[in-house]
Structures are given as structure tokens and as C-alpha cells.
Design a protein around this ligand. Structure first.
Ligand SMILES: N[C@@H]1[C@@H](O)[C@H](O)[C@@H](COP(=O)(O)O)O[C@@H]1O
Length: 237
């Protein structure tokens, strides 16, 4: 795990963009796993700028979405789909046939996870996995628990996640999410974990203990040989 500190959000995002653009230049058709939320939004903005200056750059890129809430109405601005579509996919003109995603409205979320898992087996592994960290140390929607799931699965959301900014204003009671499992994430060739945003300090300090603990799902990343942790110091003071 390589931890790199940046003085602010934009410097951190620029470091991520440099890494991502370098990998895509080497392998234009790579599989990019996109997280929703605030942490990667600076990266996505820089990718959108790259597209403006070099319209062919993302022409062969494939994207898979990291996670999704279960049961949000179609087109809801709170879905991860909406977030990633608006911040990244529409900006880089990525067609639907090069994007794999969980459908928030799937009638059977377990079957939806199995479908995404099967697509990932066929098209994976992920080349670059973008992650934020939850205030409780979750990655994707792998919540702290005695046991963690290897594969794509339906997750019960923790109280801390339910109280987080992202879904507080939804107005519909949510209790579950669909997510990549820890095994899917650890099978990625490169992982970029952002540490930025309010309330992340405690989880980050726990991660620095270098202990593997399912109650801190992000600690599983210590088992991976190619993880870049990009820290925005201004937000964790
Ligand atoms: N399901 C999302 C994750 O995909 C995201 O990485 C995390 C951090 O969000 P943020 O970057 O907004 O702090 O929150 C949510 O739980």
C-alpha cells in the first residue's frame, strides 16, 4: 500500500488522474471500476477535461459500477447510476454497451448481483478500481461485519451508512445496497483509494494500524500488492 498525501482535494485528484490516464494510455480498453460519491468527483472532472482535449482517449474504455442502492425510483438523482452518468459517463461519451451496472430497481437484487458477477467473470478482472472510504471504514458497500463477502452481493446497510450525506436526503427508507465483494475488489490490478471528506479521519487512523480486521473492511486492502491511497490532508485535519 502506497500512501500519498496531498495538501488539498484538487492536488489529490490530479495525482489520481495522472495514474488513471497513464494506465489507459497503456491499455485503452481496460476495465475501470467507478465509485460514486464525492471522493472521486475531482478525478472524473479531470477525465472529462481529458476527453475534451483528446476526444478519442476513452473510445475503448470499459466501465463497471462499484455499487448501487436498492429500490430507488428510476432516474432518481440519488442513484449511483445518476451520479456516475452525470459526472463521468456522459462527459466522456461512454456508450451503454461498454458499461456494466447494477440496476437499482431490479425486482430480484440477488439475481441482479449474480448477473453483474457473471459479467465480471467474463470481462474482468477490473484493471483500475476507484474507491472512496465510508466513515465506518467500508469500501463499496462492504460494511463492517464478522465475515465479509467475496463476490457481488446484496448488502444490509449499516446505521452509519444510512446516516451519511449521500442518502440522508433521499426521502425513501433504504436498507440495502448491491455491491462488488471484497474478492472482486482485491482481484483488481490496481486500486486507488481516496481518503477525503468529513468524518474519514477515524477510519483512516484505523487503517494505518496495518491490521486486517473485517470490522474495518478497508483494511483488507493491505493484502493487495498495488494499492494507492490518496489522502487529501485538508479534509482529515
Ligand atoms: N456506496 C458509496 C461508496 O461507493 C462511496 O465510496 C462511499 C464514500 O462516499 P464519499 O466519497 O461521498 O465520501 O460512500 C458510499 O457508501
Amino acid at each position: 500500500m502506497k500512501i500519498q498525501y496531498s495538501p488539498d482535494f484538487s492536488t489529490m485528484s490530479k495525482k489520481a488522474a495522472d495514474l488513471v490516464h497513464l494506465e489507459i494510455a497503456k491499455k485503452p480498453d481496460l476495465l475501470f471500476c467507478a465509485a460514486s460519491g464525492g471522493s472521486p468527483s475531482g478525478l472524473y472532472e479531470l477525465m472529462a477535461q481529458k476527453h475534451l482535449s483528446n476526444p478519442e482517449f476513452f473510445d475503448r474504455l470499459n466501465v463497471i459500477k462499484l455499487d448501487e442502492w436498492v429500490g430507488l425510483p428510476e432516474g432518481s438523482e440519488f442513484t449511483s447510476e445518476y451520479d456516475i452518468q452525470n459526472k463521468l459517463l456522459q462527459k466522456i461519451n461512454l456508450p451503454a454497451d461498454r458499461c456494466i451496472s447494477f440496476n437499482s430497481l431490479a425486482k430480484n437484487p440477488k439475481m441482479e448481483c449474480d448477473r453483474v458477477e457473471a459479467e465480471l467473470i467474463e470481462k474482468g478482472p477490473i484493471d483500475i478500481c476507484i474507491l472512496g472510504i465510508g466513515q465506518n471504514g467500508h469500501i463499496a458497500l462492504n460494511e463492517p461485519a464478522d465475515k465479509l463477502n467475496v463476490s457481488c452481493h446484496v448488502a444490509s446497510l449499516s446505521e452509519k451508512t444510512l446516516a451519511s450525506g449521500m442518502i440522508q436526503s433521499v426521502g425513501i427508507p433504504l436498507s440495502k445496497g448491491m455491491t462488488m465483494g471484497i474478492g472482486n475488489i482485491l482481484a483488481s490490478k490496481m486500486i486507488i483509494l481516496f481518503i477525503t471528506g468529513k468524518g474519514k479521519k477515524e477510519a483512516f487512523n484505523s487503517l494505518l494500524k496495518k491490521e486486517i480486521d473485517p470490522l474495518l473492511p478497508a483494511s483488507m486492502l493491505w493484502l493487495h500488492p498495488n494499492v494507492r491511497v490518496l489522502v487529501d490532508e485538508s479534509s482529515i485535519e
